[in-house]
Design a protein around this ligand. Sequence first.
Ligand code: DNO
Length: 348
Amino acid sequence: MKLSFRWYGADDAVKLQYIRQIPSMDSIVTAIYDVPVGEVWSNESIVKLKAEVENANLKFDVIESVPVHEDIKLGLPTRDKYIENYKENIRRLAKAGVKVICYNFMPVFDWTRTQLDKVLEDGSTALVYYKEQLEKMDPLTGELSLPGWDSSYTKDQLADLFKQYSKVDEEALWSNLEYFLKQIIPVAEQNDIKMAIHPDDPPYNIFGLPRIITNEKNLDRFLKLVDSKYNGLTFCTGSLGSASFNNIVEMVDKYSSQGRIHFMHVRNVKLLEDGSFEESAHYSPCGSLDIVAIMKVLHKNNFDGYLRPDHGRMIWGETGRPGYGLYDRALGAMYIAGIWETLEKTNK
Ligand code: DNO
């Protein structure tokens, strides 16, 4: 297991040096953020980012994300141009030594929460998803805003995208995903880069938009679309685990034993009775997921991919990007490293 940490580049309030100070930290997970989705990343910007990371004595091994242009997900004729750009990004990142690329195939919105600063009973704040709040939201009329996505699209752009997606049902999305994979996985193979799709968060349709990377049956189907180890998973415990129909420990066991998990996102969530959820501290008793059991199956299957502590709460007065403060993620990292060390020492 290679412990990693997400870093949003030079503007991130969390400095590389702070991340370096977390014991056993191996790699940085980052991306180029100032290039429009679908365009080719310049070699200069990739080399600069790599140098920044390596100067802090961390590895530049994982990119999260090279985002997929909506035209590819929609299956528009213009997709071929964007797929060519995607292939070029794979080649350029491989040249810089990158080993894993994380991406997702969610239409329009990536992760969805109804509140980013819910004050928990201990005074920390967390991202939450309350069904009751979601039912009152409509991204098109905007009567209530969608936290995290307000500034990503204008209302007109959103209306246009929703109109286009009205013709794309789940099967059409599968076929657009297959078309994309059949072209990019061979390039990933040639360049020895593992592609790792991130599951949909939460793992069901939202606002009438289709979502397909959601459950075990669909993950099986996904892995068979191109049956290559280069076509793999970012297994996000909090995304898949925010629906009670997913048995996370069993799924991690199955896909890690098949060698198809290249990147783990370890996050805990507390499921509420009505299907709502709150992101919680990583420590198992705080949430609904058994993090020790997850780490155990990874260890049993000799998991040697990358793992990052995912979303933390905001604690100790820290402010900044919701989910991505330093303190709670660092606590999560040490909790995970401690479990791993125990497993190493007791199972040899
Ligand atoms: C949320 C993240 C996601 C993830 C993308 C991968 O915090 O886990 O935004 O980076 O879905 O493409």
